[in-house]
Write a new protein. Structure first.
Ligand code: ATP
Ligand code: MG
Length: 367
């Protein structure tokens, strides 16, 4: 069997939809699996340059064509904006995920990889493209996202309601109590013993402390500043508080180009920063915190680092839930909701960094 026949057998026998093109972009192999994915038989396509027909309504290069043309990373990016990356496992290969509205009845999500085929001298003589239908995964991901979104939205609503109740009812009632105590002291000054007056004044001070504690708590539950002025102002408010209340030195590096963050993403980043800072106050014994927020081409990057005592981070963050520690898991769930990643780097005695990356556009809604 020649090498060519062997390659045909391997490709045809593969359950993974695959096709091969040569240096002139002509289809040389089109396996059974890609026939059923694209609804185009190999007899119709082998020897043509019509590979695009399976995926697009108008002629344009497929990923394999770009590989054969030795396209640069930026040229490939131009065709698959924000949806492609260099393969981690195969040299000079690229992979991407995209929605193809004309495939199947309602369109399909595909994950596809195109790799160069090289001759002995390392020259590209063709490319192989493999495709994987990930529509079910995307659907499952979307329904999980939908469910989590509902849960988190309900949690935010509940926080807002409690914050309002605390502010409008509890704090107001306490103010009333303070006024009535004040009036009682003032109007009975001549009649009550000095020790009772002092005791009553102490109660007034205590009630005032409780009043400002409740107001602070209500504000932390749902900082109005986030709704009114957005993420940066809310973060500034949070770290100003950290400086005044805890005396911790803060460095903030904020570098955001065009604020195209959705309200949902702003809320997620704010809640993560809030938990990270609560953890620093509670556990880190730090004297310095650095907060970085940076927008890159397709993602938002947030890092909160402290110089505190650090801790051992389990490989599976989920295991912390069994000991009732829910803060970091909550951060992770919120990040996953937006298709992002959470990475916690910490070593005993060397501080902690919470690193969050959120894509600015992931899984765009099918048209
Ligand atoms: N910045 C930090 N410095 C040192 N230790 C930390 C830091 N952040 C987290 N930890 C450690 O990680 C553990 C888990 O944090 P997590 O936020 O999940 O739970 P928690 O703060 O203990 O409780 P909860 O957030 O549910 O009220 C903490 O108990 C603490 O030991
Ligand atoms: Mg915590």
């Amino acid at each position: 069997m020649t090498a060519e026949e062997m390659l045909s057998k391997i490709i045809d026998g593969s359950p993974i939809p695959s096709f091969v093109i040569d240096e002139q972009h002509k289809v040389t192999h089109w396996n059974t699996a890609v026939e059923s994915l694209s609804n185009i038989k190999h007899q119709e396509i082998i020897g043509t340059k019509d590979q695009w027909r399976s995926f697009y309504l108008e002629a344009r290069p497929c990923m394999a064509d770009l590989i054969v043309d030795r396209a640069s990373a930026s040229e490939i990016e131009r065709f698959y904006q924000g949806k492609c990356r260099k393969s981690q496992v195969i040299d000079d290969a690229y992979e991407a995920e995209d929605f193809f509205p004309h495939l199947g009845e309602n369109g399909k999500w595909l994950h596809f990889t195109a790799s160069p085929i090289k001759d002995k001298r390392g020259e590209i003589i063709g490319a192989i493209e493999t495709l994987q239908d990930i529509s079910e995964q995307v659907k499952a991901h979307e329904s999980r996202r939908f469910y989590l979104q509902k849960v988190l939205a309900a949690q935010e609503e509940e926080r807002k309601r409690i914050a309002c109740d605390l502010h409008d009812d509890t704090a107001q009632s306490l103010l009333l109590l303070i006024r009535r105590l004040d009036t009682l002291i003032y109007s009975n000054r001549a009649k009550i013993p000095r020790s009772t007056e002092e005791e009553l004044s102490k109660l007034v001070s205590l009630a005032m402390e409780i009043h400002s504690g409740i107001k602070r708590y209500a504000q932390e539950l749902r900082p109005a500043i986030l709704d009114d002025l957005g993420l940066i102002a809310a973060l500034e408010w949070m770290y100003d508080k950290l400086i005044t209340e805890q005396g911790i030195h803060i460095e903030a590096e904020i570098d955001i180009v065009g604020e195209d963050l959705s309200r949902e993403a702003q809320l997620v980043l704010f809640r993560i920063a809030q938990e990270a800072i609560t953890n620093i106050k509670k556990h880190a014994e730090a004297s310095k915190v650095v907060i970085k927020l940076k927008s890159e081409k397709h993602k938002m990057h947030m890092v909160i680092s402290d110089n505190g005592k650090g801790f051992y981070v389990p490989v599976q963050l989920g295991t912390m839930a069994s000991s009732g520690k829910l803060g970091i898991i909550g951060m992770q769930e919120r990040v996953q909701l937006l298709g992002g990643t959470l990475n916690i780097q910490s070593r005993s005695g060397e501080g902690t960094s919470v690193i969050v990356e959120i894509p600015l556009e992931k899984w765009p809604a099918p048209p």
